[in-house]
Design a protein around this ligand. Structure first.
Ligand code: NAD
Length: 493
C-alpha cells in the first residue's frame, strides 16, 4: 500500500484501512492507498501547523522562488505525471499533459502575483500616523479536491495558499490519489510539513473539516459535498472557499459562424468525457439555424475517437462504473420526459472493458424538459430551440447554478448584453471553457463561494489586518476622556 505524505516523508497510516485505486480504462486495480485515521489526520495537521510558523516568516521572494521550483518539478516530471493521471483517472493522455502544463503556468503566475498582493497603505485620519493593511495567511489550509482535474485544481488552490504563507494538507479524491501523492517527491525541496498529502474517504475528509486546528477549508467538488462541508465548518466559523458544480448554458445565435460554434459546442460538452465542472450541458440554439447547427454538431460528435486514453483518442473512460451508470440513468430520465437521443446513448460496441460511454446529444422540444435540477457529469448534452436572445438568456439563467456560460454570436452588442446579463462567474463569447490564471474562476448561486485565480484567488487565502501606527507619539486629547478634570485638593484635611 502507498503511504501518506506527512512532514516531508512518506509514512504508513495507522488506520489499517485501504482503498483500491482502479484504472477506469481497464478496470484493473492498480494500487491501494490508506483511508486515513483520526491519528493520521492529527499528525498531518500538527506537522503543517509547526511548519507554518517558519513558512510565514520567510520573505515573499524566498517563497516565490520555492513555488517556481514547484513549477519546474511539474515540468521536469510532467510526462510521468500525465501517464499516472491517465492510469488513475481515465482522461486522455493529451488532456492530462495539458493539465500539467496549466498547473505550471498557474504556479508561476501565482508565485509572482502574490508578491504584489501583500496589502495596501490607507490614508491616516491624523497627521503623524501611518495606517496599512496586511494580507496575512490563515494558517493551515485543508485542500479537498475532486477526481476530474486532480493536479490543476489542487494547484490553483495550493499555489496561492502557499504563496501567501499558509501550509497545506492536500486531500485528493479517493478515485485519483496517486499523482497527488507523487507530488511529495516532486516538491521535495519544500520544507518538511509545508505540503502534506492525506488520502481518505468522505469520513477522513470530514475529519479535516471538523479538526479544531485546520484554519480554512478550500474545497472543489459537488454541491452536495460542499453543502455538507459548509454545515460541518459552521460550529467553528471556519473560513471556506467552495468551487462547486454547474449546469452551464451554451447559446448559439443565427449570426454566429455555425461551423466554429458546432466545434466549440462539442469541445465544451465532451472535454474530459463531459466530466468538467464547466461542461456545457444546456444548449439553446436559435430556431432559424437549429437544424443546420444540429447536423454539424452531430457530424462533429460522430467523428470523436473514443478508446484507450493512452492512445490517440479524443474521449477516454469515465472515472468509475457508478459515473457511467449515472449517465445511463440520466439519459433514461430525459427519454422518459419525451426527449430524443440524436447521437450516441450507449456503450461503444468495440469497448467491452472500461467505463466508456458514447458522447451523446439529446434533443428536447420543451426547454423545461432540460432542467433536471442537478448537474450532469458525463458525456451528454441537451439541445433545444429558442426564439431569440431574450428567451435564451431567460432560460440560461433559470437555474440554481451559475458557474460558466457560453454564447456564439458575431454581434458585439449581443455579446455585451450576454456578458452582463448571464448569471455566471465566467462568460465565454465564441471560445468556451477558456481559463486565465490572471482572472478569477468561480461560481454564482449554488456553484460556489469565493474565487480561485486572479488577485481574488490570492486574497481568498488571506485575512486582512489593519495596522495603525502613531509615530509622532502625541496624546489625543480630543478622544482620550476630554472632559474637564475636577480640581484635586492637595490637602483634603
Ligand atoms: P465529490 O464532491 O464527490 O468529492 C470531492 C472531494 O470531496 C473528494 O476528495 C471526496 O473524497 C471529498 N469528500 C467526500 N465527502 C466529504 C465530506 N463529507 N467532507 C469533506 N470532503 C468530502 O466530487 P467529485 O465527484 O470528486 O467531483 C465532481 C464534482 O466536482 C462535480 O460536481 C463538479 O462540478 C465539481 N467540480 C467543480 C469545480 C469548480 O471549480 N467549480 C471543478 C471541478 C469539479
Amino acid at each position: 500500500m502507498e503511504g501518506l505524505f506527512i512532514n516531508g516523508e512518506y509514512v504508513a497510516s495507522t488506520s489499517g484501512q485501504a482503498m483500491e485505486v482502479e484504472n477506469p480504462a481497464t478496470e484493473d486495480v492498480i494500487a491501494e492507498v490508506p483511508d486515513a485515521s483520526a491519528e493520521d489526520v492529527d499528525r498531518a495537521v500538527e506537522a503543517a501547523r509547526r511548519a507554518q510558523r517558519e513558512w510565514k516568516r520567510l520573505d515573499h521572494l524566498a517563497r516565490a522562488e520555492m513555488l517556481h521550483e514547484c513549477a519546474a518539478g511539474l515540468e521536469r516530471d510532467g510526462d510521468d505525471l500525465a501517464v499516472l493521471l491517465t492510469r488513475e483517472g481515465g482522461k486522455t493522455l493529451k488532456e492530462n499533459r495539458d493539465e500539467i502544463d496549466w498547473s505550471v503556468t498557474a504556479f508561476r503566475h501565482l508565485a509572482e502575483t502574490a508578491r504584489a498582493n501583500v496589502g495596501r497603505v490607507v490614508g491616516p485620519t491624523k497627521s503623524g500616523q501611518m495606517n496599512f493593511v496586511l494580507n496575512e495567511p490563515l494558517g493551515v489550509v485543508a485542500h479537498i479536491v475532486p477526481y476530474n482535474y486532480p493536479i490543476v485544481l489542487l494547484t490553483w488552490q495550493v499555489a496561492a495558499s502557499l504563496a501567501v504563507g499558509n501550509t497545506c494538507i492536500a486531500k485528493p479524491s479517493e478515485l485519483t490519489p496517486l499523482t497527488t501523492l507523487r507530488l511529495g517527491e516532486v516538491w521535495s525541496h519544500l520544507p518538511a510539513g509545508v505540503f502534506n498529502v492525506v488520502t481518505a474517504s468522505g469520513k477522513g475528509s470530514a475529519m479535516l473539516v471538523e479538526h479544531p486546528r485546520t484554519d480554512m477549508i478550500a474545497f472543489t467538488g459537488s454541491v452536495a459535498t460542499g453543502s455538507r462541508i459548509m454545515a460541518a465548518a459552521a460550529p467553528r466559523i471556519k473560513k471556506l472557499l467552495l468551487e462547486l458544480g454547474g449546469s452551464d448554458p451554451f447559446i448559439v445565435l443565427d449570426d454566429a459562424s455555425l461551423d466554429v460554434a458546432a466545434r466549440g459546442a462539442i469541445f465544451a460538452a465532451f472535454l474530459n468525457a463531459g466530466q468538467v465542472c464547466t461542461s456545457a450541458e444546456r444548449f439553446y440554439v436559435q430556431d432559424s439555424i437549429y437544424d443546420e447547427f444540429m447536423t454539424l454538431a452531430a457530424e462533429r460528435t460522430k467523428e470523436l475517437r473514443i478508446g484507450d486514453p493512452m492512445g490517440d483518442v479524443d474521449v477516454g473512460a469515465l472515472v468509475s462504473r457508478e459515473t457511467r451508470e449515472d449517465v445511463e440513468r440520466t439519459i433514461e430520465e430525459f427519454t422518459d420526459r419525451g426527449a430524443r437521443v440524436a447521437v450516441g446513448g450507449g456503450v461503444p460496441s468495440h469497448l467491452d472493458r472500461g467505463h466508456f460511454f458514447e458522447p451523446t446529444l439529446i434533443e428536447v422540444d420543451d426547454p423545461r424538459q432540460q432542467q433536471l435540477g442537478r448537474e450532469i457529469f458525463g458525456p451528454m448534452a441537451t439541445f433545444t430551440r429558442v426564439r431569440d436572445l431574450d428567451q435564451a438568456i431567460e432560460l440560461a439563467n433559470d437555474s440554481d447554478y451559475g458557474l460558466g456560460a457560453s454564447i456564439y454570436t458575431s454581434s458585439l452588442e449581443t455579446a455585451m448584453r450576454a456578458a452582463t446579463e448571464l448569471q455566471a462567474g465566467m462568460v465565454w463569447v465564441n471560445d468556451p471553457l477558456k481559463d486565465n490564471d490572471a482572472a478569477p474562476f468561480g461560481g454564482y448561486k449554488m456553484s460556489g463561494l469565493g474565487r480561485e485565480l486572479g488577485s481574488e484567488g490570492i486574497s481568498a487565502f488571506t485575512q486582512a489586518k489593519h495596522v495603525h501606527i502613531d509615530f509622532a507619539q502625541v496624546p489625543s486629547p480630543e478622544w482620550w476622556f476630554p472632559y474637564e478634570r475636577p480640581a484635586i485638593d492637595a490637602d483634603p484635611s
